[in-house]
Design a binder for this molecule. Structure first.
Ligand SMILES: Cc1cc2nc3c(=O)[nH]c(=O)nc-3n(C[C@H](O)[C@H](O)[C@H](O)COP(=O)(O)O)c2cc1C
Length: 363
């Protein structure tokens, strides 16, 4: 038994969709909680005006009755309100009538740091838009919706997951983030940063050391690295461990099996050890610049300036929410693998029986 997620949707197409399978029956899905996570994803200083336009709200098409999961695939939809401005340019069907609105002429100047060049070459697109629309971080909205459902499932086990920014630009305090963002905006530049996700109440024993794909540290790293603009991952003290001696790097085991330190970030040998799971992700500065980078026209071969499309100055606060969803999703998958069950009561019961067997009281 595991959770699976399939998504589809272009940035300016009609909607983003997800099919979530492997949920137990009887889980309460709270629409307001999902919409609140979608709202959090749009927040943050330095976001583009699109975030005001997209009042994201989740719709459910299948797998739910009166707010409770049926144990069958759950189909989620988040509409793209901006599609009304792109209804000709991003029409799924051959568009009717004269070209109007946005996206009517082909994009031929790929942006460095985006999928544009590689995507156009790989799929044989003459219009770079055919690559950039799906590669866009707009799709993180549907992942946040799915992650919200994963958090509801984890909450049944007493697990909670929270993401937060640690650094924006090279600044480490909130009061300096706005100033750094304002300066970057004024200089028509962009910033990156670092986020941290902490999961508490995680039982020992999620994931496995049996084979490489089972290791939960690797799975979490893949889930985070799969997010747009993420270029580095740390588990626990991560890169700092490389500079420590063994005698100071590990978390000694106390008589009650607890630890006084958590440098391993709650994971040893790819298995949770009962301490909070702590992971961090580094985000590169966003690649669409208002002072465009050098590029080349794919049709003429002439040098030019990369496409300028409405864009964020920085999206580190948003990444914290997206990373939280990714970690929740992967932990929920690992929990489904360990505790199984078709009905929510089976899943929760298996977890309780396991905690009894190992005489573990969630800290
Ligand atoms: C929440 C979020 C918002 C983003 N917003 C933008 C943006 O407004 N402009 C931009 O150029 N890149 C943005 N990105 C990053 C690009 O989507 C990403 O850098 C690009 O698709 C290339 O993928 P890669 O950086 O993973 O190689 C955003 C990423 C995230 C996670």
């Amino acid at each position: 038994m595991t959770l699976e997620l399939t998504t589809a949707g272009e940035s300016h197409g009609p909607a983003l969709v997800a099919i979530v399978s492997g949920l137990p029956a009887g889980l309460l899905v709270d629409r307001d909680a999902i919409d609140e996570d979608l709202r959090r994803r749009r927040q943050g200083y330095g976001r583009s005006p699109r975030q005001k336009l997209e009042e994201d709200e989740v719709e459910v098409l299948a797998g739910l009755r009166h707010g409770l999961t049926l144990g069958t695939p759950l189909a989620l939809v988040v509409a793209n309100r901006d599609h009304t401005n792109w209804s000709w340019g991003m029409s799924p069907w051959p568009p009717a009538g004269e070209p109007s609105g946005k996206g009517t002429s082909p994009v031929t100047l790929p942006r460095p740091g985006h999928a544009d060049l590689a995507g156009a070459l790989k799929y044989g697109h003459d219009d770079v838009r055919n690559a950039l629309e799906r590669a866009s971080a707009r799709q993180t909205a549907i992942h946040v919706a799915a992650g919200s459902v994963a958090k509801a499932l984890l909450a049944e086990l007493g697990v909670s997951v929270a993401g937060r920014p640690l650094e924006i630009g090279s600044e480490r305090t909130e009061d300096r983030w706005r100033a750094a963002t304002d300066t970057a905006r004024a200089e028509r530049d962009t910033l990156g940063g670092v986020v941290e996700v902490v999961a508490t109440g995680v039982p020992p024993g999620l994931g496995s050391y049996a084979d490489k794909p089972d290791r939960l540290d690797g799975r979490l790293a893949a889930a985070l690295m799969g997010i747009q603009a993420v270029k580095g991952i740390e588990v626990g003290d991560g890169f700092a461990l490389a500079r420590m001696r063994g005698s100071e790097a590990h978390d000694e085991i106390e008589p009650n099996r607890s630890r006084t330190t958590n440098r391993a970030g709650g994971l040893e040998a790819g298995v949770t050890n009962g301490e909070p799971v702590v992971v961090r992700a580094a985000m590169k500065p966003l690649p669409t610049l208002m002072s465009p980078l050098r590029s080349v026209d794919l049709t003429t071969g002439e040098p030019g300036e990369a496409l300028v499309e409405r864009s964020d100055v920085q999206a580190v606060e948003a990444l914290a929410v997206v990373a939280e969803a990714a970690v929740a999703w992967e932990l929920a998958r690992a929990a489904r693998e360990k505790f199984g069950g078709d009905a929510l009561a089976d899943f929760v019961g298996a977890h309780a029986a396991y905690l009894d067997r190992i005489a573990w009281h969630t800290r």
